[in-house]
Ligand binder design. Sequence first.
Ligand code: HGY
Ligand code: MN
Ligand code: MN
Length: 425
Amino acid sequence: MTAGADFEALRPVGERVEQDLSELAGIRAPESGGWTRTVFSEPYRASRDWVRRRMREAGLDVRLDGAGNVVGVLPGLDPAAPALVTGSHTDTVESGGRFDGVVGVLGALETVRLLRERGIRLRRDLLVVDFLGEESNDFGLSCLGSRALAGELTASDLDRRDAAGMRLGERYAGFGLEPDGVLGSAAAFARHRLAGYVELHVEQGPVLEERGVGLGVVTAIAGIERLLATFRGRADHAGTMPMGDRRDALVAAAEAVLAVRRTACGAPVHGVATTSRLVAEPGSPNVVPAAVRMHAEMRSVDTGWLSSAQLRLAEEIRELAGRSGVDVEIDWSRDNERRPVSADVHEVIAGVAGSLGEPWLPVPSGATHDAVHLARLCPMGMIFVPSRGGRSHCPEEWTDLPDIETGIRVLAGTLLRLDQPRDTL
Ligand code: HGY
Ligand code: MN
Ligand code: MN
């Protein structure tokens, strides 16, 4: 049967998806609460072996590309036609959940099984990808695998060091990936010529559940600006230096933490800011903190608000530090730019949801995704399914199986529609 077949008949096999979810959830670092499969870790290595096995069982030609992405190919009828890509990631944050990213990889896998079981042959090759290291890491870079495929990972990125002083290039090598292969993966991937990318993902926020709608069609993915503020005060004896004469770096940093929150509260569209870590030195109980490194980030789908908020926050931090007699250095780094989805792909996803009689909402994504980087290579779209209580990046992360099945039906339908000959997408 060719790909023009109607997708309404495609129904995911819930037990199979549930089995996959539970088997993959069984692969995690034992010592931490929740689910921990951080990039380059042994549990992560084991989980990708499992993904490769599952992809092969589903009938995909599987390979590990130079950037460490697991790529499964379902050959199409017309090898000259630009390919379709779908997938997501299976790495997690520390003590994270078991649906973030996983739903997109397993949903793609189930889509392939459904197509093959019904003898539906796509015109285009379909690439199913488990991208390496989507989560933000100690090197300050998220989406390592998709970033590399988009040609956005640079040789100098491989010189970034983590808190222990290890280079990112060394971590790749320890995972069996050579720097040349990582940096060369974009050229290798470009040989595919791509027609479109669609990613199924849990919303990781409260909107769909609050509105009682089972599907989100993403409108844009937020830009992320990361901040490292280094406060330098003066070490003094905690027992003798009068309060008014101190230059306490941690007091200045604590006021800056509240400024981070103040800046984001009241953003007109979607704007958030988070301080994730304060590292105070020397950290002795009887010494006034001399220096503090403060790690924070700001995100928004509103580029104008984000850049003005950055300026306002930097100004306020400097002013607050000055009041404590503390110097401060502020370094910004961009994780990713705001990325709109392709209007055409958005329309196809919405059309499929409509054909299935599934209500849907247009939603911005405050979370970043591999889709941000694939959007540099081809038209991109994303499908969201609800997260219970809007929770994610925690063990409580949960999405109901029926919602996942609906997301898979929309993913399958979207891929079938994008498979049709289209002069532009
Ligand atoms: O940080 C994020 O938004 C994603 O979960 N990596
Ligand atoms: Mn994710
Ligand atoms: Mn995540």
